[in-house]
Ligand binder design. Structure first.
Ligand SMILES: [Zn+2]
Length: 152
């Protein structure tokens, strides 16, 4: 069984905690991407600062996932998971504005636009595309019954 690490937010820093094979805490250090309070913190690099960007890149800070440093892989743990979210609620990190925006956009689309008959949405999308592509309009009745009308 491997030695695992998890990472959590701690103020404006991060806390990386090391667990032994019994999932008991062995050590826990505050760090940022440039500083670490561990014994190797005085060195230019330590394993905590090496791991932190991986936690951030995978959005696993404060998640139930732990990093297996020696193997370089991820292990999901459930002990530290937050309570399950209500039905239909999705957790989105505030650290990724684009993801957050898309999540909100998707949520709004899902609630605002009801399921409509295919014919209605088909006409609407073809009208929009003709407005943005005036060239198509001239020949559309003859040559383009095609994909736009049959989409969905
Ligand atoms: Zn360190």
């Amino acid at each position: 069984m491997a030695i695992l690490y998890n990472c959590k937010h701690d103020g404006d820093q991060y806390r990386i905690t090391k667990f032994n094979e019994n999932l008991e805490v062995e050590s826990s250090y505050l760090c940022t991407e440039t500083e670490c309070e561990c014994p190797a913190g005085v060195r230019p690099m330590c394993r905590h600062r090496e791991m932190l960007p991986r936690f951030i890149a995978r959005d696993e800070v404060g998640s139930g996932w732990m990093y297996d440093y020696d193997r370089g892989g991820w292990v999901q743990m459930f002990e530290d998971d937050p309570p399950p979210l209500p039905e239909g609620v999705v957790a989105v990190s505030l650290e990724y504005p684009k993801e957050l925006y898309n999540a909100i956009a998707n949520a709004l689309c899902e609630t605002v636009i009801p399921d409509e008959p295919e014919a209605v949405t088909g006409v609407a999308s073809s009208l929009n595309s003709e407005e943005s592509e005036p060239v198509v309009t001239q020949v559309s009745t003859v040559t383009t019954p095609g994909p736009r009308y049959k989409r969905r």
